[in-house]
Design a protein around this ligand. Sequence first.
Ligand SMILES: [Zn+2]
Ligand SMILES: [Zn+2]
Length: 212
Amino acid sequence: MHLDDAPAPVCAICHNGLYEHELTHQACRPCTERVDRDLTALAGPDGLYARLADHLHPGSSSGGPTVSGSRTAPLPLRVEPLSLAARGGVVTVLQTWLIDWHDLLGYRHPRWDGDLQQQCDQVVKRLRVLLPWAAEEHGAFDEFARELGHLRRQCESATGGERPARRFGVVCTCGATLRITIESPAMRCDTCLTQYDREGLFHLPLAERRAA
Ligand SMILES: [Zn+2]
Ligand SMILES: [Zn+2]
């Protein structure tokens, strides 16, 4: 069936056209994978949430900007990492989304166990399990993606600055691996000279991550 007057379906997040195998989804594969990476980056003992605790005290941020000649007395705790780390911050925002997802799915209210770090790891794990459903069905998936991306950037700046855009590999039709970032606008394969636009690049299969 083909409806000529139906608007071509686009990703709710990046607004690029969806490929045929993605038509039942609201978000394209690269956007869904970026959401998954944002979730993964927050959790775990080395995750951004755990690192907030190391940056609660003034001067504890390695490489952070030094404010000299400031007229205000230093705060006993740095407000930004504290507000992200405390209840009401990262964990609460994620838990609020999970409650919303459970409601929509008709599941029971999720349970939270342990301290905030443990709750962070639990809620991230659970959101990742339900991510394929949300990317397909959740009416506010774009809002979730934006809010999560914002949380991640806040945590990164509170723990010592943004890191450069992560590079990852995609596999050209000729088999060569192209190293791109989320911002890559276009690229030519050096091996077979195929020119890809942004959309084309992001629909190539991901290269297997090799051990360093
Ligand atoms: Zn997208
Ligand atoms: Zn190629």
